[in-house]
Design a protein around this ligand. Structure first.
Ligand code: MRU
Length: 338
C-alpha cells in the first residue's frame, strides 16, 4: 500500500508506526506495531490515544495484518480483542463494525485495506468540516479554554475541539487558549501545549483547578472540548474533568461546546448513565510517570478512585459541533442525535 502519514500514525512498507504519545513532548519516538497484542498494549498505555485515533489505528493494523496472509479467523479474533481494548470511546467500536463487514467480503484482504484507508481519509475530512462549522461560533478576540488533547495527535486530521480553535485562530479570532493540564495523565500539559506551540497559537497552561477562578475573573469566553461518546439524548462522555468545567461554565454563563465527528455518536446508547466508563490504575493518581521519570507522593496503601472519563449532561451543553454542522439543545430535544 502507499505510504500514509498523519500527525501520530504512519504506514511505511506495510508496517504500522505510532508516535508514542506518552513520550511526547520530551521525545518523538515512533514505535513499530506488528501485532494485535502490541497495539492493545499501546492503546491501554495511552501511547495511542484520543477517540478517533484509537479506532483508526486498530483498523489500519487489521488491514495490514491481512496483507501478511493472516487468516480470516485470526483477524476476526484480533478484531474482537482490539474492540475490547478500551471501553468508552465508541469510535473504536464504530470503526471496527465497518471493518467486520469488510472482513466478511470474499476478497477480504483488499476490502479491509480499502475500508481502513477510507476511515482515515474520512476522519481527515470530518475534522475539516468540524473546524469550519465550529469556528463560526468563535467571536473575535476570544479567550478559549480546552481540556485534554483533541488535536492532530488524536485524529487523522486537524483535530476536533482543537481543530476548531486552531482554525478560528488562523481566522484571527482567538486571542489566547487556556490549556487545562488534565490530570492525571496530563494530555493538556504535554500534548495540547506541544501542538499549540508547534502551530504558534498563543496559549497558557493552567492546573485544572484554576479554571474556576479564571472564569470568575471574566478571562474565559468559551469552553471547547471533544468527546469519546455522545449518547442519543446528547449526554457526552469525555476526559475526566470535563463535567466540572461544564458546571463552572454554566454558573459563569460561558458557552460550553462539544466538537466531535459522527464516529463518536452512539444512537443506541440512550443516555450518559449507559456509557461504560473506564477505570484506570491507581498509580496514575498516587504519582506521575512519563518520559520525564516517575514520582510517587501518596502513601503506599492509599486507596484511589480513577475513572478516565466523566459524563456531562446534555443540559449543560450549549452546542454539539459535528461534521454535519452545529446541533443546538433544541435540535437534541427534537431527537437530532437519535
Ligand atoms: O484517555 P484519552 O487521552 O484517550 O482521552 C481522550 C479524550 O478524552 C478526548 O477529549 C477525546 O477522545 C476526543 S479526541 C478528538
Amino acid at each position: 500500500m502507499q505510504t500514509l502519514q498523519t500527525t501520530s500514525l504512519r504506514v511505511v512498507d506495510n508496517r504500522l508506526w505510532i508516535l508514542d504519545q506518552q513520550a511526547l513532548p520530551a521525545r518523538s519516538d515512533w514505535l513499530a506495531v506488528d501485532s494485535v497484542d502490541e497495539l492493545v498494549a499501546c492503546i491501554q498505555a495511552l501511547k495511542v490515544r484520543g477517540a478517533p485515533l484509537i479506532g483508526l489505528s486498530a483498523s489500519l493494523l487489521l488491514a495490514l495484518l491481512a496483507q501478511r496472509e493472516t487468516q480470516r479467523e485470526e483477524l476476526e479474533k484480533g478484531l474482537e480483542t482490539l474492540r475490547a481494548s478500551r471501553p468508552t470511546a465508541v469510535n473504536l467500536m464504530n470503526n471496527l463494525d465497518r471493518m467486520r463487514l469488510a472482513l466478511a467480503a470474499d476478497n477480504y484482504r483488499d476490502a479491509l485495506m480499502r475500508e481502513a484507508l477510507a476511515l482515515v481519509d474520512e476522519d481527515r475530512q470530518l475534522c475539516d468540516r468540524i473546524a469550519s462549522a465550529g469556528s463560526e461560533l468563535v467571536t473575535p478576540g476570544s479567550r478559549l479554554l480546552t481540556h485534554c488533547n483533541t488535536g492532530g495527535l488524536a485524529t487523522a486530521g486537524v483535530g476536533t475541539a482543537l481543530g476548531v480553535i486552531t482554525h478560528a485562530w488562523r481566522q484571527g479570532k482567538v486571542q489566547q487558549v487556556w490549556v487545562d493540564e488534565t490530570r492525571p495523565l496530563l494530555q493538556g500539559g504535554r500534548l495540547t501545549a506541544w501542538e499549540l506551540g508547534e502551530l504558534g497559537v498563543p496559549y497558557r497552561l493552567i492546573c485544572d483547578s484554576m479554571a474556576a477562578s479564571l472564569m470568575a475573573k471574566g478571562e474565559v469566553d468559551a469552553v471547547w472540548v471533544g468527546a469519546d461518546r455522545i449518547a442519543a439524548n446528547g449526554d457526552v462522555a469525555n476526559k475526566i474533568g470535563t463535567y466540572g468545567l461544564a458546571v463552572l461554565a454554566r454558573w459563569h454563563k460561558i458557552p460550553f461546546y462539544v466538537a466531535a465527528p459522527r464516529t463518536t455518536l452512539d444512537p443506541d446508547c440512550p443516555d450518559g448513565a449507559a456509557i461504560p466508563v473506564e477505570q484506570r490504575a491507581a498509580a496514575e493518581v498516587t504519582g506521575v510517570a512519563g518520559s520525564f521519570g516517575s514520582v510517587r507522593w501518596a502513601p503506599e496503601q492509599a486507596a484511589v478512585y480513577n475513572p478516565a472519563f466523566d459524563v456531562t449532561p446534555a443540559a449543560l451543553i450549549s452546542g454539539w459541533v459535528l461534521d454535519s454542522g452545529v446541533i443546538t439543545p433544541q435540535d437534541v430535544a427534537n431527537g437530532a442525535l437519535r
